[in-house]
Design a protein around this ligand. Structure first.
Ligand code: G4P
Length: 281
């Protein structure tokens, strides 16, 4: 899903999330584990303000596990508890309730001290930019397929709570916020991982960025995937080498750079180059 974010849409999305925050105890901030910084909303700290929050590094199955560990430590140093999860398979998802309970213990203990014998379930809202996996996680937590994928901001309907066991209730519609696209590199990372559509940025620019990144951080995987004995310095030569080996050719046998770009990006997104992390510490 691609949402065109204009200032009016951003203000409305912020308003909608702010309204929902009034109903909940805790925020689950969902980001893409491959780009935990680039897939955050730039105003998230301001928007979520004083609500307890857990950060969920989703799609951890696609991210470089060593880098994910570093990010978890990085966020921990900022007092932000982060958990690596895979909403598709469910790995790590059970931990969310445990950590949420721990975070909300002081609040619920206060309620009990005031004489409320049986505290109600914790209420949570999932927030994140489009395509980070919000609907997949809601479905996973709910244990059945109830949340529509492709929810659009601005579509109002009655709020409903989804029960997750006895201890947690989730708002059925997630909070959808915009990414930081004012930073060019962030945009390229969002495009490389498929968070934004290829038509938003120039396809070849995205592939140039992705290939340069792979050459710098994952040279062996790049060589292995495209049977390169070494990685040419000149990016055009690299495109040519990949194109010739993979038959990405236009009429007359010349290398078709769009085809090479599509191939490389598809390979990255389908993990043909293994688990990759594009935000690095
Ligand atoms: P959103 O509500 O935040 O917009 O995201 P959504 O759940 O629609 O998920 C976006 C894409 O990411 C979906 O793939 C979904 O399957 C995939 N996804 C979500 N969580 C995970 C995860 O933890 N690991 C992996 N590997 N993928 C995840 P899609 O290609 O758009 O659809 P489909 O392949 O499910 O048909």
């Amino acid at each position: 899903m691609t949402i065109q974010w204009f200032p009016g849409h951003m203000a409305k999305a912020k308003r909608e999330v702010t309204e929902k925050l009034k109903l909940i105890d805790i925020v689950f901030e969902l980001v893409d584990a491959r780009i935990p910084m680039s897939s955050r909303n730039p105003l998230i700290d301001e928007i979520v303000a004083n609500k307890p929050r857990i950060m969920l590094l989703n799609k951890a199955d696609m991210a470089d596990p060593d880098v994910t560990k570093q990010w978890i430590d990085f966020f921990a140093a900022q007092q932000i508890e982060a958990i690596a999860i895979d909403s598709q398979s469910g790995t790590g998802v059970k931990q969310i309730v445990t950590v949420a309970k721990e975070k909300l213990r002081p609040k619920f203990e206060k309620m009990m001290a005031k004489g409320i014998k049986r505290p109600r379930a914790m209420r949570a809202l999932i927030v994140g930019i489009p395509n980070v996996g919000k609907s997949t996680l809601i479905n996973r937590l709910a244990g059945k397929h109830i949340a529509k994928t492709g929810d659009t901001p601005g579509v109002t309907k009655a709020q409903q709570w989804i029960k997750v066991g006895k201890e947690l209730e989730l708002l059925d519609t997630p909070g959808i916020l915009w990414p930081k696209f004012e930073d060019e590199e962030v945009g390229l990372k969002l495009a490389t991982t498929g968070a934004i559509k290829d038509t938003i940025l120039n396809l070849q620019d995205v592939a140039v960025y992705a290939l340069r990144f792979l050459a710098a951080h994952y040279p062996d995987r790049l060589k292995e995937r495209y049977a390169l004995s070494d990685i040419p310095e000149d990016i055009v030569v690299l495109f040519d080498e990949i194109g010739k080996r993979r038959g990405c050719l236009a009429a007359g046998g010349v290398v078709d750079y769009d085809k090479v770009s599509e191939l490389v990006l598809r390979d990255i997104r389908t993990e043909k180059l293994g688990r990759l992390s594009f935000d690095r510490l």
